[in-house]
Design a protein around this ligand. Sequence first.
Ligand code: BG6
Length: 593
Amino acid sequence: MCGIVGYIGERQAQSILLNCLHRLEYRGYDSCGIAVGSDVEVYKDVVRVKVLEKTSPSLTGVIGIGHTRWATHGEPSQVNAHPHCDCTGKIAVVHNGVINNFQKLRQQLTSEGHNFISETDTEVIPHLIEKYYDGDLEKAVETALREVDGSYAIIVLMAGEPKLVAARKDSPLIIGVGDRENFIASDVPAILNYTSRVIYLEDDDIGVVTTESIKVRRDGAEVNRKEHKILWSVKDAQKAGYEHFMLKEIHEQPKVIRDTISGYVSMAEPIADLALLGDAGLEDMLILACGTSYHAALIGKYIIEELIRIPVRAELASEFNYWGQTSARSRTIVITQSGETADALKAMKRLKGEGCRVVAITNVVGSTASRIADQIVYTRAGPEISVAATKSFIAQLMALYWLTLPYSKIDIRRLDSLVTGLRQLPSKVQQVLDNEAVISECAKQLSKYQDVFFISRGINFPVALEGALKLKEISYIHAEGYAAGELKHGPFALLGSDTPVVAIVAQDNTYEAMLTNIKEIKARRSPVIAVVEEGDEEVGELVDSVISVPQVDAIFSPVINTVVMQLLAYYTAKQRGCPIDFPRNLAKSVTVE
Ligand code: BG6
């Protein structure tokens, strides 16, 4: 997810572009760039916008485009930063999205004499436009985009052309209507300082924007798009109207699941060659991580053990660094959202030093982890602003399912049903989000207590750990995640009317045992909030509150139940008036040991 912007009018474009880019950095901030004027002068670098503002030379012109990047193809570098140009340097393009068939297009264009300088997917677009340009820029853009497979929001600037051409497909793009000037941007926050009159482009629309006019074309014909008046403040707009980044990121998860899965080509092409990690067959596996990513590692253990049927160790990287044993026969996966967590990086360096090969699952292209790893599996959660990890965790689970399924030792019908189940997860998660009000009511109860237990069994035990961590992180309530079968070996002593228990009860081989545990807890007067599958009446009779979730294959239940845990923590913290996005004493990525 990147941020793109365009300006055409009577004012100097450079400062306006940089100002707008500032407001789009929540979409990506690993590098940025601008192209200004009828000579298309380009300046870009691996810096934040506030630095580019100081280092960029004065570029003259009342027309321009800009970009702030969240790398997907090609790590952050000056040459991979946007805008990207054609061979003549006269056509500049900024892009947000992913071009799936860029390799094929690149080979084709290279064979036709085009010279590519970056590793990005985007660079094929200006070259395609150059190929089809015969005096009509919007026609050349239309023709070029017919060859592109993937998602895009683009803005095109061409030397000598007093217009900007914009297009979108599966990536957001808006036009800001001004007085003798107009703006184009990925999102409303960018332009709210200049206008609150906005036109939303739809998929497959092409916008042709000049100082005087805005035309929208579709399939070669002009179409009418309604103008809207925006009432939000800039800050609100960055959160897309949500009160906190965390709630926005929780609601982005159906899209994050789709994006992450669509990034992995097909089940036939494993996203990481686990066999490559060692000369012997798949015998055992080690997964290392910290914080929320460690809970993903624990769930990964259950997924891999169930589907590939080999022993898996999931360990805390910080502990592994001082105690962990490796064997050359182990395959190692390190999970780290930021790719910069010191404990995770230290473990990777140690493993490499001992001749082990490492797969990294990370959300940040070009991060240190992606440089150290032998193979990288990128999640596509986009930038996660809220300190408490939510969408990145769900994206990590998607990567673990997709990583494992090609190696699974299950029959083809089960494999097919799991692939179908995976593709249905976005709508199932949406159902949980639609049930938010019920979860918020339960949170009101929870917000009154100072000590809470989260319990479950099997593949949902790590979800109980994650539920407790989320509550600790943002609501400052002391919470413990516990394997339900362990509660009677000590923590029972803490139970009572002041210590509620959140029980995750999945429809799997642990169901009966969970019922027994809940009866034992109720016998000790603790209030119980149970998360159960739709249609489960039995648990409801035993507990104080019930949160129903849609039915999914047991192996996918952690995805569904985690979203409930995220919302429960969010609404509890909200009830307690906590600073949800930036809780005290925490950081998004801890780069020191
Ligand atoms: C902490 C974050 O600093 O690091 C957590 O607050 C995160 O949200 C943990 O889970 C691990 O980070 P990463 O980037 O290695 O997954």
